[in-house]
Design a protein around this ligand. Structure first.
Ligand SMILES: C[S@@+](CC[C@H](N)C(=O)[O-])C[C@H]1O[C@@H](n2cnc3c(N)ncnc32)[C@H](O)[C@@H]1O
Length: 353
């Protein structure tokens, strides 16, 4: 078994309501001081030895904040001394003129840097087999909780479900998959219109709604996301804007969802403009940018045809590959977008998985 990089603070064990701050911990990791001119090449050559953690940057400023050097953070279980580097890595370091001398770096790990398994293992009573409570099929985590684990149910669900939905709200789940968002939202008492283009996913979505006894709260559709926005969502929205309960639009297709935002332009152009109860969009996206937050805002604004700077929030969801983060941007659809007269007709082709 791999030695553990993160040892959770003992006080998180038994936690039944999520306190993310309690997971924070500072650990010491080895690091190499590297001139900025050869930084990219060094990181590439040390791929196997650098630290790999969701949301942790492998390259950081050194203590002296010198502009000509950076620190490259290494995995302490792979590199414990200068002699730990493989022959090829040592050769690469020599050729770039980088000393193998190791520095120490104090790395702060937070809840966002943890994997689902680590959080579960940290909170469930000691000795419980997390893998028997947890299995993954694609992007869905299946939980088989035994009776004594039920107090942890809410905590576990928190990891998946945006806890913003309340009884009486309406949720449009544009890329619903088999329902990991739809089902919990319906269970808290929201009305959900859930859509997926893939007939297989749609069939399982219906099955899961029945299984969880929420079929009366959920209406399902088997449409392209754009047609769903320009069809059922457009039809329901005018009445919802006159109401008081919140309206959420969830768009979890990280590879493409941002490109569907133009479907909101001019959606209600034939309706009298109003400002109240405009829908909140939660749109997921991948970013490989050095500044993923700014990248998300820029791409969402472009697609929507409206500047979202200072009118949205962006949060990190998880790291999916080295230097590729999944992010979520949240904003209220501006009235200038919904009621504008020029509707963009998106012709982009999209693929289902
Ligand atoms: C990442 S899954 C999201 C599932 C779920 N919402 C979640 O939170 O995990 C994306 C889903 O979008 C569906 N999909 C892909 N392209 C689509 C499109 N153009 N229109 C509607 N659904 C689409 C896929 O079939 C897949 O089930």
């Amino acid at each position: 078994m791999e030695p553990k990089l993160y040892r959770p603070p003992p006080e998180v064990r038994g936690m039944t309501s999520l306190d993310k701050d309690a997971f924070t911990q500072t650990i010491t990791v080895p690091a190499l001081q590297v001139p900025t001119g050869v930084l990219n090449k060094v990181v590439k050559s040390l791929k196997k030895s650098t630290i790999q953690r969701p949301g942790v940057h492998r390259v950081v400023q050194d203590k002296e904040e010198s502009s000509s050097f950076r620190l490259v953070l290494l995995d302490p279980h792979r590199v414990s001394s200068a002699g730990s580097f493989s022959e090829a890595e040592a050769e690469a370091l020599r050729s770039f003129g980088v000393s193998e001398e190791l520095k120490q770096y104090e790395l702060k790990l937070t809840y966002d840097n943890l994997k689902t398994e680590e959080v579960l293992e940290a909170v469930l009573p000691q000795g419980q087999d997390v893998t028997s409570a947890f299995s993954r099929v694609g992007h869905i985590a299946h939980m088989n909780l035994r009776d004594h684990q039920l107090p942890y149910k809410n905590l576990i669900e928190h990891q998946r479900v945006v806890q913003l939905v309340k009884r009486g709200d309406t949720v449009f789940d544009v890329f619903a998959g088999v329902g990991p968002f739809t089902v919990p939202a319906a269970r808290v008492g929201a009305k959900v219109l859930a859509n997926d283009l893939n007939p297989e996913s749609h069939r399982w979505l219906q099955h899961n709604c029945k299984l969880n006894k929420v079929e009366s709260k959920v209406q399902t559709f088997n449409l392209d996301g754009r047609d769903f926005i320009r069809g059922p969502l457009k039809q329901e929205l005018p009445a919802l804007l006159k109401g008081e309960s919140a309206v959420h639009v969830v768009m979890n297709l990280p590879a493409l969802a941002l490109e569907f935002l133009d479907a909101f332009r001019g959606l209600l152009q034939l309706e009298p403009p109003c400002e109240q109860n405009l829908p909140t969009v939660h749109c997921y996206g991948f970013s490989k940018d050095d500044n993923p937050e700014a990248d998300m805002v820029e791409r969402a604004s472009r697609s929507l045809g409206f500047p979202l700077e200072d009118k949205c929030s962006v949060h990190f969801v998880r790291n999916v590959a080295p230097n590729k983060d999944m992010m979520c941007i949240r904003f209220t659809v501006p009235k200038e977008v919904l009621f504008c007269s020029e509707a963009k007709t998106g012709e982009k082709q999209t693929q289902i998985h």
